[in-house]
Design a protein around this ligand. Sequence first.
Ligand SMILES: [Zn+2]
Length: 254
Amino acid sequence: MKVVLILADGMRPDSLSDIVQAQKLISESSYTLCGETVYPSVTLPCHISLFHSVTPQRHGTTTNTYVPQVRPINGICEVLKQADKKCAIFYNWEELRDVSRPNSLTHSCFYAGRRIGYKEAGEVLTEEAIRYLKNYDTDFTFIYFGYPDMAGHNHGWMTEEYMEAIQSSWDNIEKLMSELGDEYTYIITADHGGHDRTHGSNMHEDMLIPIIINGKDFEKGKELKSANIIDIAPTVTKLLGVEPDSDWEGTPLL
Ligand SMILES: [Zn+2]
């Protein structure tokens, strides 16, 4: 079993209702459209929580500036590295370099969305991830698309431009899944939602995220109950047959 975790930044659950690929995947997966993220609903704190299975109050990063932990907790990549598993990350927003610590990855690929545009950077990352995974056996892969969040800030959440970014992300997701096939379990999620041209509050629009898990251990069309972003790390390690870190606070979604 290998795991691919795909995250579209700022992807609200209700943005999926008109996305054909999302609706098809939901019918073939276990899922929730009312998963919860952590507060503050800000990109870096939410990602550090996703990877380390604790809230921002515990890991200490509460803005998009990374704060080294006073008493460091191992994240997904550190725990997997200790179990001799191979991890790779593909991303287009540089702040995410701190989701893992040095020496825990076998591959890292960054294209700056700020430079080449988040749409193009997402497409290039998709191609790179497919090429890499077909050539190098990788147990856990994280792929991040920043385009929806950028469109939300520039034009507003749920606007035409935002929906175009959601569609573009799903075109990438569809391509990844069809090229990589069913030897992987896929987790598709978001870090937070958004409203107007912002996020970060504890409003539903900001706090709710979709979590869609597709793989042989997950019943098709089953709704997951009370899933939180901090449950993703222990889900990944359980799928890979590795014990979670004793500091983790989340519960596996299987
Ligand atoms: Zn944002």
